[in-house]
Design a protein around this ligand. Structure first.
Ligand SMILES: Cc1cc2nc3c(=O)[nH]c(=O)nc-3n(C[C@H](O)[C@H](O)[C@H](O)COP(=O)(O)O)c2cc1C
Length: 181
């Protein structure tokens, strides 16, 4: 089985999550390719696709949206999972869960219109003070916001393993029945 893990990343943390997911899945599934969305010309050669993007201003990066829309017909005929990388875990603790849930709702609403997803996961990435507009910085710190590498690698591993488990099932027991072997 050849699986594509495609990503759009502005500062690298989403790329590293994609690479980590791809390496982990490759141990069980064999051929897993990890590419920037801009490098992918077609998805027809892949049996399953995982696609992720950094979140900017509550939306996926433009190259990821172009990838998703541009390949929607092909994506819709194979199992697809999506992940989004934001800064929910940078928020003050009482807002983290809610922030992530709202973001999930908003992004999934946009994505699912194009392609039915098997799953959509939100991860936190690397968020640096310099990425926040200066007028908000002091307030954000005052209310308990934080910066840094917020990636939860155990959660990334867990999600990659869930996908691997679904793809490794015999074709007859997959819901879409579209996984060629
Ligand atoms: C201009 C800009 C806008 C951002 N907007 C959001 C946002 O709306 N929601 C969010 O959760 N994170 C937002 N972030 C945080 C990034 O998504 C986060 O830092 C992520 O790790 C970036 O991934 P990357 O390193 O792959 O570019 C924003 C970051 C920048 C620089």
């Amino acid at each position: 089985m050849t699986v594509l893990v495609a990503y759009a990343s502005a500062f690298g943390s989403s790329r590293e999550i994609a690479q980590h997911v791809a390496s982990r899945m490759a141990v069980a599934l064999g051929e897993v390719e990890c590419r920037s969305v801009e490098e992918v010309e077609a998805v027809s050669g892949y049996e399953a696709v995982v696609v992720g993007s950094a979140i900017h201003n509550q939306a996926w990066l433009q190259p990821a949206l172009l990838f998703f829309n541009g390949h929607a017909d092909e994506l819709a005929t194979r199992p697809v999972w999506a992940f989004s990388v934001g800064m929910a875990d940078a928020l003050p603790r009482p807002f983290r869960k809610r922030g992530s849930a709202l973001q999930q709702e908003r992004l999934a609403g946009v994505l699912v219109k194009e392609v039915p997803l098997r799953g959509h996961k939100i991860f936190s990435g690397v968020y640096k003070a310099g990425q926040m507009p200066a007028p908000l910085l002091m307030l954000f710190r005052l209310i308990g916001g934080r910066f840094g590498d917020l990636r939860d690698w155990a959660a990334v591993d867990g999600w990659a393993d869930q996908i691997t488990g679904q793809l490794a099932k015999p074709a007859s027991s997959t819901s879409a029945g579209s996984i060629a072997r």
